[in-house]
Design a protein around this ligand. Structure first.
Ligand code: BTN
Length: 323
């Protein structure tokens, strides 16, 4: 309902829209319209009201509100339903709970801040308020569980393709860190529940550092992390970038459902900075074994093939650093 009001106000541009016409369109009373306007103001919308003229939208907040993101969002599956949290412990945790209770495929959980954002390998993920896009997508793909890692590659390609739209160049380090000048600004964490032969649901969590300046990062991250605003050299609208990511994500996911992962793997290779490089791998297995070699290819499962002194080794999960 509120989304329709915002849409009507946006469409009118600098003109006022009468309370009566909003009430008529939504089939509610003018008092109810006024209450919705108050709520929108509380969310950060600057709405002018003038007697006998109605309401005019002066400014919309760069908050990741469904009412903002869903306007003009061109997707078939992703983001038709969005759950917004000003603050949450982890969007992945919240999305897993929703998925467990039957939330539909494509549902998004997004937050302005995460109090305990989860990273890969049990690490924390820095997710300050209003500075990034911290979100999780619920998927129910008809895939085998062993194919799940390729969905993570797909998410990385979606962010890379969204960056293209903003004339920003993406580099993906296997499996799914997006980096610039060796510093990371996007992390992806895929979690899954299923049986041996079937995925029940999958949650793909994506964290994008958008408007974080170097000084704003905690000291320990300053040399290893960066953000889109640092790369672009200026502020970037989170709402617009998020919409672009969701649209690219949707396109790729629909393609995967119809024709499989070949296209995703090809595109991933175009963005990758790992293949052809000498790397050190720390395996994600309990042994935490580490070894070096040259990254030579991805196999059909999206695993990394390393040419080592002992021969070819295939890495399904782990940390890779380029030497
Ligand atoms: C990594 O690079 O270690 C993965 C980081 C994944 C972070 C995202 S932010 C949104 C979602 N919710 C979480 O708690 N984690 C993921």
């Amino acid at each position: 309902m509120r989304m329709t009001i915002v849409e009507m106000l946006k469409k009118a541009g600098n003109d006022f829209v009468s309370g009566e016409s909003i009430a008529g369109e939504l089939k509610i009373s003018r008092t109810a319209v006024w209450k919705h306007i108050q709520k929108l103001r509380e969310c950060g919308y600057e709405i002018l009201s003038r007697e006998r003229c109605g309401y005019r939208l002066k400014d919309a907040p760069d908050l990741l509100l469904p009412s903002e993101i869903q306007i003009g969002l061109d997707t078939k599956i992703i983001g038709k339903k969005m759950i917004y949290h000003p603050s949450v412990d982890s969007t992945n945790r919240a999305a897993k709970a929703l998925a467990y209770h039957g939330a539909e495929e494509g549902t998004i959980v997004v937050a302005e801040e995460q109090e305990s954002g989860k990273g890969r390998l049990e690490r924390n993920f820095y997710s300050p308020r209003g500075k990034g896009i911290w979100f999780s997508v619920i998927l129910r793909p008809k895939l085998l569980p062993k194919e799940a890692p390729k969905c993570t590659l797909m998410a990385a390609v979606a962010v890379a393709e969204a960056m293209n739209r903003f004339n920003l160049k993406a580099e993906i380090k296997w499996p799914n860190d997006i980096i610039f000048d060796g510093r990371k600004f996007v992390g992806i964490l895929t979690e899954m529940t299923g049986e041996i032969s079937k995925i029940t649901y999958m949650v793909i969590g994506v964290g994008i550092n958008v408007n974080i300046s170097r000084e704003e990062f905690p000291e320990e991250l300053r040399d290893v992390a960066t953000s889109l605003s640092e790369i672009k050299g200026g502020y970037l609208s989170r709402v617009e970038f998020f919409r672009a990511v969701l649209e690219e994500f949707d396109k790729l996911y629909c393609e995967v459902c119809e024709t499989g992962f070949d296209g995703v793997i090809e595109r991933w290779k175009n963005y990758n900075v790992t293949l052809g490089k000498n790397v050190r791998v720390i395996s994600a297995s309990d042994s935490g074994e580490s070894f070096t070699g040259k990254a030579v290819d991805l196999n059909a499962d999206g695993a990394l093939i390393i040419d080592t002194e002992q021969g070819l080794r295939t890495v399904y999960a782990g940390d890779v650093s380029i030497r």
